[in-house]
Write a protein that binds this ligand. Structure first.
Ligand SMILES: NC(=O)C1=CN([C@@H]2O[C@H](COP(=O)(O)OP(=O)(O)OC[C@H]3O[C@@H](n4cnc5c(N)ncnc54)[C@H](OP(=O)(O)O)[C@@H]3O)[C@@H](O)[C@H]2O)C=CC1
Ligand SMILES: O=C(O)C1=N[C@H](C(=O)O)C[C@H](O)C1
Length: 251
């Protein structure tokens, strides 16, 4: 039985995970942490992370980048592996993730779904052929109107995956509105759309001379992220300090 602390337990994803774990005989949420105790969970909720001294095997985090620094310190101090799912982290926070992973197991992934983690590999193969042949690459992501960060962590992860396959020769362009020049060969354009209840869509467009190839992933429910996060927590429990990602879980 994997004992989980749910960080951001009142939020949309916190509630999705609570529902998934309730039906899972191999996992249990032993405590939640959030800004307030809204009385909607069956487990104890702490509004001060340091007050949560409950014994646990893993932490799942779906909260906010604002909460990441304290969470990393807590995870290292208590030696509880952490599955970091919040997006919008700054460069300094990404460095802190790296530093923390030398003290405790940290799995960070901007997207916990099987589909996106498969796509991260597929776009590398496509880029090696198509970008080398002069195709331009653009990523378009669409999310619900409540999303705080843009572009999405997944769009950035897709761009990083492509860039890694292309020896990091590319730079990212997020906004063309002030530009008065044509696109350059080594850019990946990244555009964000926000509206309604769109769960998450990511399109990667390879545009060449007289032909276009598009890859698209559509999330129809948040459960795909929740299931991945619970699997990641089970995987991470008992693991030594180090940096992990969803490819370690999925294989
Ligand atoms: N990796 C992945 O697969 C996915 C990642 N995400 C990311 O996960 C994060 C959360 O998403 P979602 O559940 O939709 O967002 P919500 O805003 O619905 O939930 C976030 C919860 O965290 C709480 N919170 C905010 N600050 C703190 C803090 N300092 N300490 C503890 N709790 C805090 C919020 O409280 P309050 O409302 O009072 O601010 C809220 O209850 C986002 O960064 C999102 O981009 C989302 C889906 C998939
Ligand atoms: O905020 C969301 O909802 C999502 N955030 C993640 C991201 O920023 O990529 C993953 C998913 O697309 C949903």
């Amino acid at each position: 039985m994997v004992k989980i602390i749910m960080h951001g337990c009142n939020g949309h994803m916190g509630q999705v995970i609570s529902d998934i774990v309730e039906k899972d005989p191999d996992a249990e949420i032993v405590a939640g942490i959030d800004i307030a105790d809204q009385g909607k969970n069956s487990y104890p909720v702490f509004t001060d992370i340091d007050a949560c001294q409950v014994e646990a095997d893993a932490i799942i985090d779906f909260s906010s980048a604002k909460a990441t620094d304290k969470l990393l310190e807590y995870s290292a101090a208590r030696q509880i592996p952490v599955v970091l799912c919040s997006t919008g982290l700054s460069q300094e926070q990404l460095a802190k993730v790296e530093e923390t992973s030398r003290k405790v197991a940290v799995l960070k992934s901007a997207n916990m779904s099987l589909g996106i983690n498969t796509l991260l590999k597929l776009v590398q193969d496509a880029a090696r052929v198509l970008a080398a042949a002069g195709f331009d690459m653009e990523i378009v992501e669409k999310h619900h109107r409540l999303k705080l960060d843009a572009p999405s962590g997944t769009a950035l992860a897709l761009a990083d995956s492509i860039n890694e396959a292309m020896d990091n020769q590319y730079h990212y362009v997020y906004d063309r509105s002030q530009k008065r020049e044509k696109r350059d060969d080594k850019e990946i354009g990244i555009s964000a759309v926000r509206g309604g209840t769109i769960v998450g869509e990511h399109e990667i467009i390879f545009a060449g001379q007289d032909e276009v190839i598009e890859f698209k992933h559509t999330a129809y429910s948040k459960a795909i992220f929740g299931k991945g996060a619970v699997e990641a927590a089970k995987f991470l429990a008992g693991k030594p300090a180090g940096r992990y990602d969803m490819s370690d879980v999925i294989g």
